[in-house]
Each structure stands twice: as C-alpha cells, then as structure tokens.
Design a protein. Structure first.
Length: 482
C-alpha cells in the first residue's frame, strides 16, 4: 500500500520533451550541402522516424539511409552493416559527399565510425569521396546540438587554408527555407559575396518538377566550404552556441578568420545589427529597398501596438530561435511569462536574464524543458504561445492559442514557407502574432465579459481572474515586478 502511494507521487523526469534527438539535427545540416547523402548507423526504425518527421514538415521526399543494425550486429559489431550500407548508398545515389551519423545503439556498443569509414574508403579505393562522420547519440544532446556539431564537423573535415579572398562566411541556425532565401536576398541587395552554410532552401523546398531527382539540386558547394578558411570574415547567427560546437569559432582559431557572432535577424534591433555589420565589412551603402522595409516594419509596430500590449507570451523552441522571438515580443510589449528550450544551454539563460531584467513582468526561463513543465508554469499567465506545432498541447490543455514557428510543424502545411527574419520577415511574423491575439480576444470576449460582470454578480461573487473563466488572462500580482 505504501509502495503504491509513493509511486503515485512519482512522474517521468522528462515528460513530453520540448526537443528531438541529436541525429535529427545532423540530417538537417547535411541536407544543406550540395549532392549530399546521409546514412544513419543504427537500427532501421531511427532512420524511418527521422525521415518521416522531416518529410511531414517540409512536405518533400527526404531520403535517409540506414545501416540496419540488428541483434547480431549489436553483439558482434556493426562494421559489416555500415560498409554494406555505404556500398548501396554510393551505387544508388552517386553522392558528392556522404554524412555518417550514429544513434544511441551504435554509440552504446562503441562503434568507431571514423575508423570504419577510413578502412572502407581505402578498401574501395575511393579516397576522393568526402565522408563526414558525426558521433550523435540521442542521449548526447538535442537536435540543436546535433545540428551545430554536424556543421562543426563539416567545416573541420572540408575547410582548408586558402588565399585570402573577399567572400564572407554566413553560418545559420535551423531556420525555414523561406528564411534562408530572405537572408540570401538581403546579402545580394547589399552586394555581398558570401558562402552560406548550410543552404537547404532548395534541397528541402524544391520547385515542382516532373522528373524526380534522388538528390535534389541546391545546397552549399563543397568548393565554397573548402574556401571558407580564406574568407574575409564569418558571420554566425549562433549567439547561444558553445565554442566547442561553433564552426565559426573553429575557422577563427584554425585559420584566423574574424568571427562576428550575432543573434538571428528577428526584430528591429537584431536586424539592425546584421545590416550595420554588412555595411561595416563591405563599405557598401544601405539599399533603398531595405530602408523601406525597415520603415514598413516600424509602421506595422505602430499599427498593432494597442493589440500587442494585451499579450502575455510563452515562447519555446531552439535556443537561437527562442532568443529572436523574445526580442520581437519585448520590442512590441508582448511580455514573456515563460521562455523554454529543450536544450541544456547556459548561454541562452544568461542572455535572457540580461535581456529580461527590465521587463515589467516576471518571466520563468526553463532549459532542458518538457511541455508538462511549460504548461504548469504558463497556466493562467499566458494568452499566446509561440513555437513548433508540438505546442498544440498547450492549446488543447490550457486554451492558449499557438502561433506556429520553428521546427517541426506537422499539423499545418507551409512550415517551410514561413518567413520570420529580416525587416520584411519580422513584419509578417508580427502580423501573425497580432492577428492570433485578436482572434483569441474576439472569440472569448463576450464570454469573459458575461462571466466578469453578470454571472459573478448574479452569484454574489467578487471579481477575480478565476471567475472570468479559463480564457481570461491578466498579469497576476506575483507576475508584476515590484
């Protein structure tokens, strides 16, 4: 009986996690290389899960091979499986570069994929084929760490010291193909010669074609990655990234390429930082098109401020994306009450502590978060959530409307076409947030007013937030800083 009571008070350490596993991020990074193919060294189910997860978000066919590690391979080693898998991948796809990622199973039994790949290339006589190996067990981190670690391994494997040239390296976090295209458009308007890594704007959001290509066109050219060691500078949108996983930090320490670590260009201030840095590095003038887009964003902020001031937000997702969204919300008076990421990221927590110090509302910052904790902390305090479609749990359980942003978006189409960066992207993002707040208000306004002024009076109740129903949200005394 006592045992049953003790078990009733227990719960999973991480319930409904706010992240995905490490190899998922590695696949995303590798899909941004030209003519790249990925093989997962592990069981078939891992590759199938990740392939399906990505295909549903991007609405594109996503090929991911597997070494199909089984019971025998688990006991005696999976070298034979991996070599056979590489044979099949090279024969069927003829890739320009192969990425090998590990899973929990392969790492637990101690598979040395560096050695196996080197032996394989020597045995097959194909040493000219670039192979990028990444140790990426699911328990080693989240998909965010997998993404950045894979980019670091790509640069470590391929970049070389070359003659200094005028190109600028631009290294981006996991953003939508539409966001990537917008960053490229800004660079082109600013007349910047650049190498963007990774570039899956076409490989994961290709135009319709009758002829099916096993490996879609697009991606960062391998020759451009090789030349990253001679670039004039590196702009990395990786303010929260640890130095040990930072490709920009590697280029700086190994080849002396100056590193400029910036936040994602979301919001006025963050985008200003990006544009001003481009002006500084190139000496070029600000194009009138970008100046007009900035003016339209300011006009949008003025138009919507009276609605946004009624918002209190819960924000979750990958660290870089979360930081960018928090900046937009603070600039527009949509004060966050909960900010969460599934990653263990001390840099983000420190940045947010500094950023939120002047916020009039108390905000709970959670790292290594799960949605159960996010729900508990946001209950009765937020009237809008911003993050991936996994956050629909907050809508279902707490009635908090969700603005879908980030990865993955599985319950709507067009996640790959959502634009949120730059002045133009921020304008579109802000419109989505404001319109969600308006829809929420109009949907529940009459009910809230009825409960506040009529039903409570009939029942002899005094006004309280609880008497207004689950959809009425206001800042509680404990939320407002003294």
């Amino acid at each position: 009986m006592e045992r049953e009571k003790s078990l009733a008070n227990c719960c999973n350490v991480n319930e409904n996690p706010c992240n995905m596993c490490m190899p998922m991020g590695g696949i995303l990074a590798l899909k941004g290389l030209e003519q790249a193919m990925v093989i997962i060294h592990g069981s078939q189910g891992c590759a199938t899960y990740m392939r399906r997860h990505m295909a549903e978000h991007f609405n594109e066919p996503v090929d991911v091979a597997s070494s199909s590690l089984n019971e025998k391979g688990t006991i005696y080693g999976g070298e034979k499986n991996l070599k056979q898998g590489l044979d099949n991948v090279i024969k069927a796809y003829r890739p320009g570069v192969v990425g090998i990622l590990t899973t929990c199973l392969a790492e637990t039994i101690g598979e040395d994929i560096d050695r196996i790949s080197q032996v394989y290339l020597k045995e097959r006589g194909c040493n000219d084929l670039p192979v990028v190996t990444v140790n990426s067990p699911g328990y080693g981190g989240t998909h965010t760490e997998g993404y950045w670690l894979t980019l670091r391994r790509i640069v470590t494997k391929l970049a070389r010291k070359t003659e200094t040239h005028s190109k600028i390296n631009v290294i981006i976090p996991n953003i939508s193909p539409a966001d990537i295209r917008e960053i490229k458009r800004i660079l082109q308007l600013m007349q910047v010669e650049y190498v963007l890594l990774p570039d899956f704007s076409d490989t994961l959001d290709r135009p319709y074609q009758r002829h099916y290509r096993k490996i879609p066109e697009g991606g960062t050219k391998l020759a451009d990655i090789v030349a990253m060691g001679g670039a004039a500078a590196t702009i990395q949108f990786g303010l929260t990234v640890d130095d040990s996983m930072s490709p920009g930090k590697y280029l700086e320490s190994e080849f002396g390429v100056p590193l400029y670590n910036l936040p994602l260009p979301m919001g006025v201030e963050n985008t200003d930082l990006f544009i001003n840095l481009l002006i500084k590095l190139t000496g070029n003038h600000l194009p009138s098109a970008i100046e007009q887009e900035r003016g339209r964003l300011l006009d949008c902020m003025i138009d919507s401020h009276k609605y946004n001031a009624q918002g209190s937000s819960v924000i979750f997702g990958e660290p870089e994306n979360v930081y960018g969204v928090v900046k937009i919300c603070l600039e527009n008076g949509i004060y966050p009450v909960v900010v969460a990421t599934g990653s263990k990221n001390h840099n983000l927590k420190q940045l947010l502590d500094d950023l939120l110090v002047n916020s009039p509302v108390r905000c709970t910052v959670i790292t290594e978060a799960d949605f159960t904790t996010i729900r508990q902390k946001s209950r009765g305090r937020a009237n809008i959530a911003i993050g991936s479609s996994d956050g629909r749990y907050l809508t279902e359980k707490e009635g908090i409307p969700l603005v879908r942003y980030g990865f993955p978006i599985h319950d709507r189409t067009g996640g790959q076409r959502l634009l949120s960066v730059g002045y133009a992207g921020t304008t579109m993002f802000l419109d989505r947030v404001t319109n969600t707040l308006l829809e929420y208000k109009h949907k529940h306004y009459r009910r809230s007013m009825y409960q506040m002024f009529y039903q409570g009076e009939q029942e002899g109740q005094e006004f309280s937030a609880e008497s207004c129903g689950e959809h009425y949200v206001m800042f509680m005394p404990s939320d407002v800083k003294q």
